[in-house]
Design a protein around this ligand. Structure first.
Ligand code: ZN
Length: 510
């Protein structure tokens, strides 16, 4: 049997830190359920001290996961952070505290302003402090990718002696080359006494497009945990993509002496879900989950694949859940059929929630006859977005064309259940609609990005709109909306972005 590599997902922590990708607690729970279906080993659910929302997310995901996965909370090497993480993880069956600090010359000198001795002392102190609360303590040596080899050995030796169960070696800035990073891991394996009793984790960023290669180099040299995210979401250029490392291990398990327990058939769905919730679209040529990942257009390639798939295709699309979209339901499908299909897709809806999705489904089925899995996912996500909304859309009417002046009339319902209508004109229908919405919502914002995508093929497909807005503080908020009419999806997306902005400001005010 090959070595088991633990998959540590940090979509909900590192991934969520990417600009415009923030998720609320309900959305994080939806993603967490999908992570459990993927059968990941560890879920890093958030950074509890950073906000009440993060605390609540960690608490609820800890309850949700039961004993199926380890649930982890991030902290700095600070006692009050660790207290807060321990509190959030109180009801976790398998809690882990993830604590640590910077170890590179740049972090010691310019960020922490401490000596090497002080760094070791703090590292030991935070691990021992976390150990008072939980048995499973993971230490991160931030910016290890740019640290001095011997100093890194010294820090890791100290935290292993202090009782750390996992040591995380991150290439925080995505600076390393794979071969060198592998050597670094090997140096630890050879230089730290007792390292065989703990797990070595790698956490690699994609600033040079090498996150996956770095993680693989780590595994090859002794790492037994990979930290990663769905779609490679994460700070800046992102984190290691889970679908990439897991499939690379699956393809090369023997030479790496490694395997994972991830259910790879859930990858495409996980990708769509995270993209839909965060509004971060996946490029068509993205490995494993991109729309073109299994598309062959050259005649020679097509001919080869038709004769035998593995002439040009190393992965069976079905293994990652790609290309399985089916016409599942029509307007004649009943409540029970919808509920059943949603359950197969992993959504458990009851009562009013199910009724709402059923109603939306009937509307859609009336218009486009054939409803695909992707359509259903989109309808469920649409309903979830409305759940925590301060403003909901009651109606939108647009007149535009040539030579008309584009005009929009928008009716919204506010949190106090009052209906408000506004009318505006603009340079185009979207401009007019945004102005009308702004007249009612009255919150300062700049629309910085606007994109339309169809959910499935066909001219009658649902149009999904992604909108990004920036507030005067520079914070970015993403909104999504889906509808058969793209003006309606645009209005929903804009409103979704503004609702997130308002919710966030409210949460920050406490
Ligand atoms: Zn990171």
């Amino acid at each position: 049997m090959t070595r088991k590599i633990d998959i540590f997902d940090t979509t909900l922590r590192d991934g969520e830190q990417s600009p415009g990708a923030s998720m609320n607690t309900e959305e994080k729970l939806v993603v967490a359920r999908q992570l459990l279906r993927l059968n990941v080993d560890v879920i890093e659910a958030g950074f509890p001290i950073s906000s009440p929302g993060d605390f609540e997310s960690v608490r609820r995901i800890a309850e949700l996961a039961g004993d199926q996965a380890v649930v982890c909370g991030l902290t700095r090497a600070v006692e009050k952070d660790i207290d807060s993480a321990a509190d959030a993880l109180k009801y976790a069956k398998r809690p882990r505290i993830h604590t640590g600090l910077g170890v590179s010359p740049s972090h010691l000198r310019d960020k922490l302003r401490i000596s090497e001795d002080e760094c070791v002392e703090r590292a030991v102190k935070c691990v021992k402090y976390a150990k008072k609360y939980v048995e499973d303590v993971q230490f991160y040596a931030e910016d290890a990718g740019r640290s001095d080899y011997n100093f890194l050995v010294r820090v890791i030796q100290a935290v292993v002696d202090a009782g750390a169960t996992v040591v995380n070696i991150p290439d925080t800035t995505g600076y390393s080359l794979p071969e060198e990073f592998g050597q670094r891991i090997k140096y630890l394996v050879e230089g730290v006494n007792g390292i065989e009793n703990v797990k070595i984790a790698v956490h690699c960023h994609n600033d040079l497009g090498m996150a996956t290669a770095l993680a693989m180099a780590g595994v090859k040299n002794g790492a037994s945990q990979i930290e990663c995210t769905i779609n490679g979401l994460g700070e800046r250029a992102g984190n290691t993509a889970m679908e990439e490392v897991v499939m690379a291990i699956k393809m090369h398990g023997d030479e790496l002496d490694a395997h994972t327990d991830v259910n790879t058939r859930e990858f495409c769905k996980a990708s769509r879900l995270v993209s839909s919730i965060t509004g971060m679209n996946v490029q068509a040529n993205k490995a494993i989950v991109g729309a073109n990942a299994f598309a062959h257009s050259s005649g020679i390639h097509q001919d080869g694949v038709l004769k035998k798939r593995d002439t040009y295709e190393i992965i069976d699309p079905a293994d990652v859940g790609a290309g399985t979209s089916q016409i599942v339901l029509t307007a004649r499908s009943g409540h029970a059929a919808l509920k059943h299909r949603l359950e197969e897709l992993g959504y458990e809806l009851e009562g009013e929630a199910l009724d709402q999705v059923y109603e939306a489904f009937l509307n859609l089925a009336d218009k486009k006859k054939e409803v695909y899995d992707e359509d259903l996912e989109s309808l469920v996500n649409e309903r979830d977005r409305n759940e925590s909304a301060l403003y909901t859309l009651e109606g939108v009417q647009i007149s535009c064309g040539f030579p008309l002046t584009p005009t929009a009339t928008v009716t919204l319902k506010n949190a106090a259940d009052q209906t408000v209508t506004a009318c505006e004109y603009g340079t185009g229908p979207i401009d007019a609609m945004c102005k009308a919405v702004n007249k009612i919502v009255q919150v300062d914002n700049d629309l910085t990005e606007f994109a339309v995508q169809s959910v499935t093929r066909g001219i009658d497909a649902l149009g999904e709109v992604t909108i990004r807005v920036t507030d005067p503080a520079g914070d970015i908020y993403t909104g999504r909306g889906a509808d058969g009419d793209i003006v309606v999806s645009s209005t929903k997306a804009y409103l979704n972005a503004l609702n997130r902005l308002l919710n966030d400001k409210q949460e920050k005010r406490g």
